[in-house]
Design a protein around this ligand. Structure first.
Ligand SMILES: Nc1ncnc2c1ncn2[C@@H]1O[C@H](COP(=O)(O)OP(=O)(O)O)[C@@H](O)[C@H]1O
Ligand SMILES: [Mg+2]
Length: 357
């Protein structure tokens, strides 16, 4: 593109220059003819004074006709350059995304084109930055609120303990117990937040290795069986033998832990938890299906929003709403898919990863 336009403006300027030169010579001839004509008619005297006046007039005629002609020939280009200058000024003043009209086919057109690209790019960057900024502000607001609530009550209990405002033994232990569990909640929340912000970093590094997803899933289920048993959740599995994937094991384990912890917290008890792993074309599809009293939300995508806890999570004080947001982020950085569906009292969470080819 750039090569095609090269020298166009130089050629044009040279041609305009040549035409202007010819034109001014023509004017000069015309002026001398005129003088000669009047000299012939004896209307002008040929004195030395006249000679210097004549030379001056001739000279002025040549210069002014050259400038006039040259400006006339390049007037469109000049107007266009002025237009570009004004547009750039507007962009500089904050009118990002402004599009300069593209006229002609020379270097100036190229310049206008490049300015347009730059302007669009600046606009995109600006919007992107603003989105990030907005997200961060929201996060900080939510975090401050979520940190303050348990911390305030923790301080309350510690204050009672400090002042000795408790009836002997029983209350002391109770307050201590509450303080301890609140501190743990706080630690959990901070850990989750840390994990979430770490995963939100676009430059996050994955520690990828080749894994049989079936074995991995069996292993994690094995670890959770005692807890499921205690919570009166029986497990029904249907897991295909072999499903090789390329994943960051530590992170993917986190996804299953989140899903199983949710089942423990939010499933109807006693009930049955169904876990399946199937190979479907190029994907491995994992489903975690548990019984619920009702759909957690009309829009099940909301479950994956950060800080979404739903009625149950909020009331029982069991959730901070980051588990599924973290899981989604992890699945996405593996180029997989995670979504929720509700069907006849069952909440179905589906996770898909690409199989190793
Ligand atoms: N297996 C599940 N059964 C029922 N509801 C669920 C389940 N998993 C998630 N939810 C709902 O989605 C919300 C968000 O889940 P999550 O992001 O893991 O946050 P948290 O576990 O901290 O509440 C939960 O508070 C709950 O209302
Ligand atoms: Mg959770």
């Amino acid at each position: 593109m750039i090569v095609k336009f090269r020298n166009k403006i130089t050629v044009r300027l040279l041609i305009s220059f040549a035409i202007s030169l010819f034109f001014s010579m023509f004017i000069s001839i015309l002026v001398s003819r005129l003088f000669l004509y009047y000299i012939d008619l004896n209307m002008i005297e040929t004195t030395p004074t006249f000679a210097s006046v004549y030379i001056t007039i001739e000279f002025l005629a040549i210069i002014s006709s050259f400038i006039a002609c040259f400006l006339f020939l390049i007037r469109k280009k000049l107007k266009y350059i002025k237009h570009i200058t004004e547009s750039v000024q507007q962009i500089a003043n904050g009118n990002l995304g402004l599009n300069i009209e593209v006229i002609g086919k020379d270097e100036i057109t190229q310049l206008a084109n490049n300015i347009n690209i730059m302007s669009k790019e600046l606009e995109n960057k600006f919007h992107h930055e603003r989105e990030i900024e907005k997200g961060k502000n929201e996060l900080i607001t939510n975090v401050s609120h979520d940190l303050r609530t348990p911390l305030t009550s923790l301080i309350g209990y510690l204050d009672l303990l400090k002042k000795g405002e408790y009836s002997p033994d029983a209350k002391y232990n109770e307050y201590l117990e509450i303080s301890y569990s609140k501190s743990q909640n706080l630690k959990f929340l901070i850990d989750e937040l840390f994990e979430y912000t770490r995963l939100s970093n676009p430059k996050i590094q994955l520690n990828i290795s080749e894994v049989n997803m079936s074995d991995l899933l069996e292993q994690i289920i094995g670890e959770y069986i005692p807890i499921f048993g205690r919570e009166k959740i029986s497990v029904q599995k249907k897991i295909d033998d072999e499903a090789t994937v390329l994943i960051d094991i530590e992170k993917v384990v986190r996804v299953y832990e989140n899903l199983f912890m949710n089942v423990i917290k939010y499933s109807v008890k006693p009930s049955t938890l169904q876990i399946s792993l199937n190979k479907q074309e190029d994907d491995v599809v994992i489903k975690v299906i548990n019984q619920v009293e009702e759909s957690p939300n009309k829009d099940l995508n909301k479950l994956f929003d950060r800080f979404y806890t739903g009625e149950k999570g909020r009331l029982s004080n069991q959730g901070v709403g980051l588990g599924l947001a973290i899981s989604k982020r992890i699945v996405e950085i593996h180029h997989g898919e995670i979504f929720a569906e509700y069907e006849n009292g069952l909440l179905i969470i589906t996770v898909k990863y690409a199989l190793k080819k």
